[in-house]
Design a protein around this ligand. Structure first.
Ligand SMILES: [Fe+2]
Ligand SMILES: [Fe+2]
Length: 190
């Protein structure tokens, strides 16, 4: 069956968002590598090291999804974001404690939205089987944003840097898609 024009548009939008996310994860991976290496041993260093691993895992998932959709990553965009990630990773060694934490929190706030958008486009494109994976990535980004926001909360430099809009409760990520998962569980038990 030919997809409806709306579904085709949503598929194109999904691919556009996934390409952007793919490059963003590359930059994030290298930036966090520089970030945790710039920190002394301790809980924060360990947590950001785990966050780095989670970003590489996201990139793998996104690459696989693009491949399944018959689309390729943007190599040009990857090259630009490679440079951005590497540069941020180096700057983390020079920028002190606060700026990398603040910048990471702002970017993570964006990343949550990016995967929520991708999940919406996937559903509209009749690719509901992709939604769970995309929402799980949004939930992981939600945890990242929370970590950075809480880390800087009481820092004296906060007064010079505006607080970004914190995301709503984590449950709101999956709530708009709840019917998909109800149907899924029914399908399994039938
Ligand atoms: Fe990520
Ligand atoms: Fe993240």
């Amino acid at each position: 069956m030919q997809p409806m024009p709306g579904a085709a548009d949503s598929r194109a939008e999904l691919i556009r968002v996934l390409r952007a996310a793919c490059s963003g994860e590359l930059a994030a991976g290298f930036a966090y590598r520089g970030h945790w290496k710039s920190l002394p041993d301790g809980v924060e260093r360990d947590r950001i090291r785990i966050i780095e691993a989670e970003e590489w895992h996201h990139r793998e998932l996104v690459l696989r999804m693009l491949d399944d959709l018959g689309a390729a990553r943007s190599r040009r965009r990857d090259a630009i974001f490679w440079l951005i990630g590497k540069s941020i990773g180096i700057l983390c060694h020079l920028g002190g404690w606060f700026v990398p934490m603040y910048g990471a929190g702002r970017l993570e706030r964006w990343n949550i939205q990016e995967y929520e958008d991708a999940a919406r486009f996937a559903e509209e494109a009749k690719l509901a089987e992709r939604v769970d994976c995309l929402l799980t990535m949004a939930e992981v980004e939600w945890e990242h944003e929370k970590f950075f926001r809480e880390a800087i909360r009481h820092h004296w430099m906060r007064r010079f840097f505006p607080q970004w809009d914190p995301p709503p409760a984590k449950e709101t990520i999956r709530a708009p898609f709840a019917r998909l998962f109800v149907n899924e569980s029914l399908a399994v038990t039938e």
